[in-house]
Design a protein around this ligand. Structure first.
Ligand code: NAP
Length: 495
């Protein structure tokens, strides 16, 4: 069991209240992964104060020097990748290979953002007037409050912390209460890499208490949030009322289209890993498979067979394909949606219950579940379930399939399996999601392109790399005009 603390002004400290809570292994409720400070407002006050003070010098630290610290952090993460992966599996439940992939994303982000320290470029453009020049430069926003979910407990903090720091901001980080140990280990890496005190502060505790207080704290300049739509919308309202910049990345109801000309081997594999990978707990998970009516019967047979071979268990065991869901409340929510699906008249094709064989009785395991004959209006086809439940929907043709994909409040990720170049081009153009995959599942973003969704999934394109990605979130433009004519401005304009 890990004793975990807050990290404020370069020191590991307990919560002022002295209270704590436990982080539990979802594969075995009896295993306590960490005992964690249950912080209050006074801990946030201290962290914000430290971040404000550190901002004075951090913003003036040359960006390439800031980047070097991130590079060292990436090197340390790489060295510790295996132990990070195992910790993540114990605390969050995803299978080890996926946990290692999550850590690798953080490593990649560290190297990538380290390089941005030498590329934080703006524009120089010619002036309309002689003897004048003009440019735009990126400047930091100030103190950033970062709030993260549990499903990528190392990668998502890295997606936020690294760009925030390279741009010259200081940070108060409030991680998910389900994965606080992973968050603390991640912050430890940055401290070991040589980050000056106060630049990155970590405060554990409940979202409703410390998270919300952080979002509205007068000492904070901007917020970056990833989590559910309900929480994100609530925080957007708070920030709107106090004119504070907030970036929200939220849920998804992602879909795969399988056309009648699709390579079914690829499509079935994409549906399996998109639907049941990370136990369906990815924001990009493929929870709807929209199948052309001519391919439906064959696809469903093969999807069911492939699903029935999935091995459920503790993610540390090599043979496991599907781990537990994160906690009791999510366990109950997923089972409730399975009941809703049955009541709505969907046909249960596979799974449909909790999985309690052997040692799985100690954890939050649910069978990979497939519903067929789902209609687009059903709640299981509209609402984010965030568990191993996939709905198969029949479509008349490509146009109908695209309409079904677009007909949810979300717009994060979508995919199409087809061998027809024209169908793929139409789908690429008409699918209303931030990310579109062709002949690949809805999952697997790479860090050097922007990441984000539209509609209830977020404002889009504000995370990760690429033009207009994370740097636009974590810096703002300052525009500078310089006149070296020595002439009165009025005289110049009159000419
Ligand atoms: P969540 O319940 O919304 O929580 C996310 C974070 O917000 C946690 O740190 C939580 O703290 C905190 N929080 C909760 N209520 C708060 C409040 N009133 N004020 C401030 N902070 C508050 O979401 P989750 O269950 O952790 O994560 C799953 C969701 O995240 C899914 O909807 C998934 O699709 C989405 N997600 C989106 C992306 C993306 O990039 N679009 C990526 C990953 C996940 P506590 O843990 O202490 O409650």
């Amino acid at each position: 069991m890990e004793p975990v603390k807050n990290y404020i002004n370069g020191k590991w400290v307990k919560a002022k209240s002295g209270k704590s809570f436990r982080s539990i292994n979802p594969a075995n409720k009896n295993e306590v992964v960490g005992v964690v400070p249950k912080s209050g407002r006074e801990d946030i006050d201290q962290a914000v104060k430290a971040a404000r003070e550190a901002y004075e010098s951090w913003q003036l630290t040359p960006a390439p020097r800031r980047g070097e610290i991130l590079f060292r952090a990436a090197e340390i993460l790489l060295r510790k990748k295996e132990s990070f992966g195992k910790l993540e599996t114990r605390e969050m439940g995803k299978i080890l290979s996926e946990a290692l992939g999550d850590v690798q994303e953080a490593i990649d982000m560290g190297y990538y953002m380290a390089g941005e320290g030498r590329r934080l470029s703006g524009e120089t453009v010619p002036s309309e007037l002689p003897n004048k020049d003009m440019k735009s430069v990126r400047v930091p926003m100030g103190v950033f409050g970062l709030i993260t979910p549990w499903n990528f407990p190392v990668a998502i903090p890295a997606w936020k912390v690294f760009p925030a720091l390279v741009c010259g901001n200081t940070v108060v980080f409030k991680p998910s209460s389900d994965t606080p140990v992973c968050a603390a280990k991640f912050v430890e890496v940055l401290a070991e890499a040589g980050l000056p005190k106060g630049v990155l502060n970590l405060v554990h505790g409940s979202g409703g208490e410390v998270g919300e207080y952080l979002v509205s704290h007068p000492g904070v300049d901007a917020i970056s949030f990833t989590g559910s739509f309900d929480t994100g919308k609530h925080l957007e309202a708070i920030c709107g009322a106090i004119h504070r910049m907030i970036v929200t990345e939220m849920g998804g109801k992602n879909a795969i289209i399988v056309m009648d000309d699709a390579n079914l081997d690829l499509a079935v594999e994409g549906a399996i890993w998109g639907g049941f990978g990370t136990t369906g707990q990815r924001c990009t998970a493929a929870s709807r498979i929209i199948v052309h009516k001519k391919a439906y019967k064959k696809f469903i047979e093969r999807f069911k067979t492939a699903g029935s071979y999935l091995s459920i268990g503790n993610g540390l065991q090599r043979e496991t394909d599907v781990g537990p869901v994160i906690n009791e409340s999510q366990f109950n929510k997923v089972l409730k949606y399975i009941e809703i699906g049955k009541k709505e008249g969907a046909k249960l094709i596979l799974g449909g219950k909790a999985y309690r064989k052997g040692s799985c009785s100690k954890g939050y395991f649910i069978e990979p579940t497939i519903f067929g004959e789902v209609t687009p209006e059903m709640r299981i086809a509209q609402e984010e379930i965030f568990g191993p439940v996939v709905s198969a929907i029949k479509a008349e043709d490509l146009e109908d399939a695209i309409q079904i994909v677009n007909h949810t409040p979300y717009g994060l990720s979508s995919a199409i399996y087809t061998q027809n170049v024209n169908s793929s081009a139409i789908a690429e153009r008409d699918l209303e999601t931030g990310i579109v995959y062709i002949n690949a599942s809805t999952i697997g973003a790479e860090i050097h392109l922007p990441f984000g969704g539209i509609k209830h999934s977020g404002y889009g394109r504000k995370e990760a790399g690429g033009r207009g990605g994370a740097l636009d979130t974590y810096s703002r433009w300052k525009v500078i005009y310089r006149d070296f004519s020595g002439q009165l401005q009025k005289a110049q304009i009159d000419k």
